[in-house]
Ligand binder design. Structure first.
Ligand SMILES: [Zn+2]
Length: 245
């Protein structure tokens, strides 16, 4: 029977059962298999992987594993070969466009407040998320590992944290998004673009105190939600400060 060895590095060990973490795993092959199939049989979604080495050479997901191979699997940003002959996937749009799993609503709202393009609905099914990701080259954010193992999903990230604010910090760090944030440019309710609007045009919709204290306003171009400079800006800046720590 063919035998191989493999090792997962850094955060990929989050998916592997404890006894196999940070260790060289001896694995027996009972059928012809691609390196992607072998890796995912250890519960590591392909979307988490940045680079695969077989016997110190960079390979793609379709490489057919051979007896005696030593497979090393790395997440971003720990790829050991800086300029490989090819990458596992084409570069994703920058900043990334996200599609967010139905159970991460607060994460979606926070990321939108920071100006990131996030499609989200609380009634999204897994099939819908996968279809949107495929058609629009979006990055899936989810806490569902099996969703990320779907073949048609190219870009994705398994959010480790449970608390929404910690999730935001995790996503900003993972995708190096701090320099790309554009707070208060996108509606936290619907993801629409915010545009400046004259106070007199929306005055009739304002509460008395808001009307009295604020003078610069934004409106969502899709759902007409009103935002105002001042308290909203302060709130978003406090969020960003918190996420930077
Ligand atoms: Zn809106």
């Amino acid at each position: 029977m063919a035998q191989i060895e493999l090792r997962f590095y850094h955060s990929l060990n989050d998916f592997v059962e404890p006894a196999l973490r940070n260790a060289v795993i001896v694995h027996h092959l009972n059928r012809r298999a691609s390196v992607k199939d072998i890796i995912e049989s250890f519960n590591v979604p392909h979307t988490e992987i940045e680079q695969i080495l077989v016997n110190s050479h960079v390979v793609g997901f379709n490489y057919i594993v051979q007896h005696g191979d030593f497979i090393q699997v790395y997440p971003a940003p720990f790829a050991p070969v800086m300029t490989p002959a090819f990458a596992l996937r084409p570069p994703s749009p920058r900043p990334p466009l996200f599609v967010i799993d139905a159970n991460l609503g607060k994460l979606a709202r926070y990321l939108r407040l920071l100006g990131l393009d996030c499609l989200y609905r609380n009634d999204y099914h897994d099939d819908t998320v996968a279809k949107i990701a495929d058609e629009q080259h979006r990055t899936v954010l989810t806490r569902d590992r099996t969703l990320l193992q779907r073949r048609i999903i190219v870009y994705g990230y398994f959010v480790r944290a449970c608390l929404p604010r910690v999730q935001v910090k995790e996503v900003l760090n993972r995708f190096n998004l701090h320099p790309l944030l554009k707070p208060l440019t996108r509606c936290s309710h619907c993801n629409g673009q915010l545009i400046e609007i004259e106070k007199q045009e929306i005055e009739h919709r304002l509460e008395p105190l808001t009307k009295q204290h604020y003078h610069r306003f934004l409106i969502c171009s899709v759902c007409n939600q009103i935002y105002w400079h001042g308290s909203h800006c302060k709130h978003v800046q406090q969020l960003i400060d918190g996420f930077s720590i």
